[in-house]
Design a protein around this ligand. Sequence first.
Ligand code: SF4
Ligand code: SF4
Ligand code: SF4
Ligand code: FES
Length: 948
Amino acid sequence: MSLVHEIDYGTPLSRAEKTITLTIDGCSVTVPEGTSIMRAAMELGTKIPKLCATDMTEAFGSCRLCLVEVKGRAGTPASCTTPVAPDMVVRTQTDRLKRLRRGVMELYISDHPLDCLTCSANGDCELQDMAGAVGLRDVRYGYDGAKHRNPGKDESNPYFAYDPSKCIVCSRCVRACEEVQGTFALTIAGRGFDSVVSPGMEESFLSSECVSCGACVQACPTATLNEKSIIEIGTPEHSVVTTCAYCGVGCSFKAEMRGDEVVRMVPYKNGKANRGHSCVKGRFAWGYTTHKDRVLNPMIREKITEPWREVSWDEAITHTANEFKRIQAKYGKRSIGGITSSRCTNEETFLVQKLVRAGFGNNNVDTCARVCHSPTGYGLKTTFGTSAGTQDFDSVEHSDVVVVLGANPTDGHPVFASRLKKRLRRGCKLIVIDPRRIDLVRMPHVEAAYHLPLLPGTNVAVLTALAHVIVTEGLANETFVRERCDWDEYEDWAAFVSQPQNSPEIVAKYSGVPAETIRGAARLYATGGNAAFYYGLGVTEHSQGSTAVMAIANLAMATGNIGRPGVGVNPLRGQNNVQGSCDMGSFPHELSGYRHISEDATRAMFETLWGAQLDNEPGLRIPNMLDAAVDGTFKGLYVQGEDILQSDPNTKHVAAGLAAMECVVVHDLFLNETANYAHIFLPGSTFLEKDGTFTNAERRIQRVRKVMAPRNGFADWEITLAIAKAMGFDMHYGHPSQIMDEIARLTPTFAAVSYEKLDELGSVQWPCNEQAPAGTPVMHMSGFVRGKGKFVITEYVPTDEKTGPRFPLLLTTGRILSQYNVGAQTRRTANVVWHDEDRLEIHPHDAEERGVRDGDWVKLASRAGETTLRALITERVAPGVVYTTFHHPNTQANVVTTEFSDWATNCPEYKVTAVQISPSNGPTEWQEEYEQLARTSRRVLADAEAAG
Ligand code: SF4
Ligand code: SF4
Ligand code: SF4
Ligand code: FES
């Protein structure tokens, strides 16, 4: 294995269709119009010396190292800023150019600390490389002249250091922050010789606007901005391309290693989801893989009140199988089930559902998508025929109008947010529909044309009001509808949305959004050109989540904004493989590829290949499993990579369900909250320790490649295999690629997917089959998968969760950039410097009314339960609305969320809970108890570790 080196072409790729032919050093080259001479030369393999240029950002032309001669032109233009022209004749190596370049390098080097041998970038430094490339042998000015201003090292960021003494003021970092990340955190402070890179107003990186994405570190050609891991460990010596295991963007990374130690993660430029960018989590927050809290040996206990006992893998697997067999013998076949994980690979997820269906002999399998995007599956399948988003991320570059609804991309899907911001800076219009004033509403160089700050729970009403404006003002695209959709259903829908009760004026009264704002947004969406919806859990996690998804689909069809680049309906998936876990047949009623378990022909295909009879009745969903457990009919559960106690609603009910079971098997990295109720703990492996695939929010299937051996001894798929075998259902796979081959055989949308294809193409978006062998970037291009697009009437039914005198405020929840879901991974990294506790955002008026000051402990109570956390007073939330994140187990926001859920899918209504806030002295009794329990678990683990 060696380091994967990606070529830096110096300037970005031009996407112009017209091409230009020119001659460089006697060789002819043809490139797209708008290409720089520097990039054209690189296409020929000619590396023109450069310092300020990188293909991450537009050319800047400041270092003057890349000079060339162009026949017929005076002077020596910079090749990075000079575009090619027809029949241009360029020379890159003449005596004059050599002389000039050496002169430039002499100036740089005369002001540079020449401590190369002990410098962290030694061997990976472009300044060093360029000194070599121009043949610098002497510095006529000496090294004792004036030095640039040096404000001293800044080591405030936990992951990278800034050493201005090495800065050549090339501005690559500043431009990366602006153009790639879109944060504008850096500036060049001072003038002329005194110029220096500065975060914000000469602040530290940590206290500035910097979001620690690392783009500047990647862009820096010297050791000025350098990963601390490189400083500590040294330069990497081999790398493996893999996929981030955090959010649904699915960034591709080079894991750069020394031996089996990860030195750094570098976003992979050829990654089609991220195009060489990443966020703080993927690039830096991988330390949890070697965290001391990881449990590496299996453990069992008879009762959850007893301490854990470490056992061999053999004993743990045999005990698991015996317990499940015992329970089934006593309580019946359907008394056990399994939960698949959206953090695990497609192959692992496929195996867990196969174990349940064929090994357990029932369909009691569900997945964490139940609590996030199950309404997306239902809504998009009903209207379009496919349970997935319609576009690729590149599509946003063709959008003229973007609607962000119930999502906070800068925190939840940061790399997509950076691409969106770039498009917005280039003139695309933005509509934000969200109870909170999320960052995108107004940030540097981005301002939403409309912000619809609706009250939580009124999505369907507002979406239908948008439709009302479009239909009643004659803005619908009837030509598209006649051609592509069921016209009769459209007419019914159009008549429904046109009713007066759906007008913006009426909806404004209870949604809180002014009628004119709704009208303006509707007109912009319908007439502004290519318009696309991007939405998140603020749409799905409602009692009408599925209805809202269908309301979005209705709008896209009515305006013809579907079936080409730049438009579409795009769910921003939460977890890395939530799309994949759904695709793989994790729902109790569906086999892989979303085929109903009751379809005889489909079931027969699986039965033949698996050699097992399958139940034709859908099994239990997670909430039904818990209900059945409380009722005494469901007794055993295998949970892989999912912490249902922390992530599912109404924590008390989840705890009661788990406590009522006779065998709970938790298969995870850490002793999570659910493990407090487990009888068997099977250590899991991280994404760095296994092979497989993840499928991101674009339906893009990407390889996960093993970079180190599993510290627990086995990859997760091997453990599921062992349980199946011990239960008497033997599955035979030598490698996850064979599992993918089986998935392809059984799943029409995956028919042409194989590891060979993924290695060849990098990634593919399903459907990938005979009709689309290279995958499908944009769906429904010439027709909907279901045939005619289906308009669905979206009657607004207010949630039963109502505010009143006892609970007058509405709580909604969300994520923060530096943390991920229940925080099991990110809380075990230095990301805690940005967010070490969940806070309750409350509007100043509501805070004042209750005598709450910023930072005070407050009690957050609903009819389901109560918790305490500290207050953050902010106008980001409207009066009457409060907001919190759910990353920290000692807060457990889900203690207060209720049992209400989406009518179609049971997705919990996390986004609307009636609550009251009151001052508090600190943690509640159960929080104290929780801390006590967690402390005990930690002590038991530490004792076990000490005992060897
Ligand atoms: S880490 Fe990212 S946000 Fe921070 S300064 Fe660098 S480019 Fe900007
Ligand atoms: S910090 Fe690095 S990228 Fe930024 S100006 Fe200095 S040398 Fe260039
Ligand atoms: S968390 Fe999401 S945006 Fe960040 S690097 Fe991973 S996949 Fe990319
Ligand atoms: S690389 Fe062209 S001017 Fe710096």
